[in-house]
Design a binder for this molecule. Structure first.
Ligand code: HEC
Ligand SMILES: [Cu+2]
Length: 320
């Protein structure tokens, strides 16, 4: 790993933006500090007790126009900094749609990661350079935090909730991963390595990993095993929505509102089915909170998402 002496070089596109912002703010604040200090010292010396400096009418420069001018100028300058930092921050929450999805499950005291094809790692994440990576993260116990200093990326991982984040590494190398939320006895040991590789090296590495079923396939098995298929399969006697083509659709709810069927909605439908009832259906679905683990949830969601491919998904018929 790189051994920075003074400054850890940024290794992601967001990292570069954060650094630029940091140095610009440092320079700006330094300039303001210097100006104020120089004026302070100058005036303290010039108008010290007993000095003969003129103390009559204000000099021409100190007119009202000048006051308004510099106040407005600094106001807009710092407003610009606010906009700059704000937009940089917002973009961290908007992953590109073609981002590669990595599932992260945190628990005391390790990070488990899973690639789109099902390959798994513990306390490590291999990834291709110059590729947007989207993290879908959950915790199996307490709050953890996924921190990669070289990427200037830190995001909390909460139990019972899906948090997301994304980054794009712009250099190859091995970078530290830490847990940044105190999470128990071995918190200080919780961490690992982020290995950024050339794209072809990553493809070769991935091919060498033991074959894991992809998340969707595992989810399909669970879907039967947990009895979801008993209600949701087309031939079922129970009146339950067909989940094909659900993902990404606007779903009318029984209270008249509409909701986007994203990962959050699917998760909540499984854990708290009473919260949002699909219009035209009875609230008979049991809650699976406590029955399905976080990693099983990720699989179920992946399976339901995989049903969304437009070629397979029949248009949902209006609820009777
Ligand atoms: C007893 C029958 C039953 C079982 C078992 C069941 N569901 Fe449901 N499910 C329903 C019904 C009825 C609805 C519609 C009412 C509602 O939104 O709660 C529904 C709604 C949903 C929705 C929201 C669909 C939409 O169109 O808005 C999802 C997602 C879902 N179920 C997934 C699952 C998964 C995954 C399992 C297994 C872990 C499961 N269900 C087990 C009956 C069932
Ligand atoms: Cu932790």
């Amino acid at each position: 790993m790189d051994k920075p002496i003074f400054w850890l070089p940024a290794a992601s596109t967001q990292g570069v933006v954060v650094d630029r912002l940091f140095f610009a703010l440092l320079a700006l604040s330094g300039a303001v500090l210097l100006l104020v200090l120089v004026l302070l010292v100058t005036f303290a010396v010039r108008y010290r007790h007993g000095s003969k400096a003129k103390r009559g009418a204000l000099p021409r420069l100190a007119r009202r126009e000048f006051e308004i001018g510099w106040t407005a100028a600094t106001f807009f300058l710092f407003l610009f900094v606010f906009w700059w930092a704000g937009s940089a921050n917002l973009s961290e929450f908007q992953p590109p749609s073609d981002a590669m999805e990595i599932h992260v499950t945190a628990k005391q005291w390790m990070f488990k990661t899973q690639h789109p094809n099902g390959a798994r790692e513990i306390n490590a994440l291999h990834m291709p350079v110059d590729t947007p990576i989207r993290l879908a993260m959950t915790s199996e116990d307490v709050i953890h935090s996924f921190w990669v200093p070289a990427f200037r990326f830190k995001r909390d991982i909460l139990p019972g909730r899906l948090t997301q984040g994304w980054f794009r590494a712009n250099r190859t190398g091995t970078f530290h991963l830490f847990c940044a939320e105190y999470c128990g006895t071995d918190h200080s040991l919780m961490g690992g390595a982020i290995v950024v590789m050339e794209k072809d090296a990553y493809a070769r590495w991935l091919a060498e990993q033991p074959e894991g079923d992809d998340l969707g396939k595992q989810g399909e098995a669970l879907f039967v095993q947990l009895g979801c298929a008993g209600c949701h399969a087309g031939r079922s006697a129970v009146h339950a929505p067909d989940l094909a083509g659900l993902y990404g659709r606007e779903i009318p709810l029984s209270d008249g509102t509409k909701v986007l069927a994203d990962e959050r909605y699917i998760r909540d439908s499984i854990l708290q089915p009473r919260r949002e009832i699909a219009a035209g259906f009875e609230p008979i679905m049991p809650s699976f909170a406590g029955t399905v683990s976080e990693s099983d949830l990720a699989k179920l969601v992946a399976y339901i998402r995989s049903l969304a491919s437009p070629s397979l998904a029949p248009q949902r018929s209006a609820a009777p």
